[in-house]
Design a protein around this ligand. Structure first.
Ligand SMILES: [Zn+2]
Length: 129
């Protein structure tokens, strides 16, 4: 059962009306981290390689009450992403699909594309372009 209040890991939200999808990650900051040690931080995947930390943009905290966007992003699309993460049932009713982290059953790499998550096989292993 997915809940942003307790989930650490990745979530891809697929908006079936627009065809857009976004991948988010919630992780706990290392105790020795310079920024917010011990807090849970949510970030957006902004590049093709999710193993590269430079492709993740942090934008809020995952607090016990839900996602709270950093104040500097209050008037950006990150605020909308926070609302979508906090209100799964409501956005599912509007046609969004929430896909919780999964890995390719052939090679174990992380899957981020909606099609890959549904089929359980990544584009390379499935021979897709
Ligand atoms: Zn694979």
């Amino acid at each position: 059962m997915f809940d942003v209040k307790t989930h650490n890991g990745c979530i891809t939200i697929h908006n079936k009306m627009t065809g857009n999808h976004r991948t988010f990650k919630i992780r706990t900051q290392n105790d020795k981290s310079k920024f917010a040690p011990g807090s849970r931080v949510v970030s957006l995947l902004t590049g093709p390689d999710r193993e590269d930390y430079r492709n993740w943009q942090s934008f809020g905290f995952a607090n016990p009450s839900g996602i709270v966007v950093f104040r500097k992003y209050a008037d950006t699309e990150f605020a909308k992403f926070s609302i979508m993460l906090n209100n799964k049932a409501q956005y599912e009713a509007l046609g969004c699909e929430y896909m919780i982290e999964s890995t390719c059953r052939v090679c174990n790499r992380q899957l981020t594309e909606p099609e890959s998550i549904r089929s359980g096989i990544g584009p390379v292993c499935a021979g897709r372009p």
